[in-house]
Design a protein. Structure first.
Length: 340
């Protein structure tokens, strides 16, 4: 079993700066407030009441500050019916969705850490806390992204791929990821010894946490759009485990992402052993679509919705639907392997 992640040495993110679900939930106090209000089942609570029943040893002032932050992002609000006095709070629809999302994220990272079904709630919360803090930290995400993209690397190559990250910062984050089991450090027994780092296979489907966060943001936090949506990174994380049935090797599928005056093209090729990402680049958004057996096109919001819900009616499709559907379904299955 993977060792549960140690407390991250990454700096705590500014609470809810971008409205990211990961960023909001990475703050333990905010997560506790959302849980307390969820347990209240729409019964309005004051900050003093929340402080009294919080599972954390926190001050009323900190709870008040976090409630204000959550209110600014539409996660909590005074009750609409005005039945309670001033200073009472309930979860909004976005907050209730965020609470459900937290439960899904906890399930995903518990699988990534290899926690057994009998693991204690405190062990599960520690894994969730460390994982969310890491995913809210740009340097940790960069390390994971580079290892997913380029495979095992020695320290020199990893440093070069992560420039201009300071060396000390890089290894501090890397140490936390290794301790948590997300990254493997391999050392040869020969002299001189050689060390390499690689993304642990068990942690690859944890990329679903990023997908789920983007889906929530598109629906609630950012007015129906996603500021950053790294579909290429999601694919790089899970493609090693994707297997497609009844699709000939060599079949080419294009996934196109439209947004903010640009179009990114991802070319996927079916291999005998799985699916590979052959090309990823920006193309002329007004030009002809690339040729292949099947093409899917949509905005980041439409892509996130399709991958989470399996409803692809908002994506524009062309070509052989049978082949395209098989590739999409296989990738989605691998990406959401820990959600089911």
């Amino acid at each position: 079993m993977a060792v549960p992640p140690a407390p991250s040495t990454a700096p705590a993110p500014a609470v809810g700066t971008t409205g990211s679900a990961i960023e909001l939930l990475a703050d333990r106090t905010s997560r506790a407030i959302i849980g307390v209000l969820g347990d209240a089942r729409r019964r309005p609570l004051t900050t003093a009441s929340i402080t009294d029943v919080s599972p954390l040893d926190v001050t009323a002032r900190l709870v008040r500050d976090r409630v204000r932050d959550l209110g600014r992002h539409g996660i909590v609000a005074p009750p609409l019916d005005g039945s309670s006095g001033p200073g009472h709070w309930v979860l909004t629809a976005a907050g209730e969705d965020l609470l459900r999302l937290q439960s899904l994220m906890a399930r995903v990272v518990a699988h990534g850490a290899g926690l057994p079904q009998t693991a204690s709630p405190s062990a599960r919360d520690r894994v969730l806390d460390a994982s969310l803090v890491a995913l809210a930290d740009p340097v940790s995400v960069l390390i994971i992204r580079r290892l997913a993209e380029f495979g095992p690397m020695d320290p020199t190559d990893l440093e070069a791929r992560c420039e201009p990250t300071p060396r000390r910062t890089l290894y501090r984050r890397l140490s936390t990821l290794v301790t948590g089991g997300a990254v493997l450090r391999n050392t040869t027994g020969q002299v001189p010894r050689r060390t390499s780092y690689e993304l642990a296979a068990r942690w690859r489907p944890v990329a679903a946490v990023v997908l789920l966060s983007g889906w929530w943001e598109a629906r609630h936090s950012l007015g129906g759009t996603i500021g950053e949506f790294d579909l290429e990174g999601l694919l790089l994380s899970v493609l090693p485990s994707v297997r497609v049935q009844a699709v000939p090797a060599g079949t080419t599928v294009h996934w196109l992402i439209d947004g903010q005056g640009r179009r990114d093209a991802l070319t996927l090729r079916v291999q005998r052993e799985g699916v590979s990402l052959e090309v990823a680049h920006e193309v002329d958004p007004t030009g002809p679509l690339p040729s292949g057996e099947h093409t899917l096109r949509g905005t980041p919001t439409q892509w996130s919705s399709a991958l989470v819900t399996d409803r692809r009616d908002e994506l524009v499709a062309s070509g052989d639907a049978t082949l395209g559907d098989a590739v999409f379904a296989s990738i989605r299955s691998s990406l959401l392997a820990y959600v089911r």
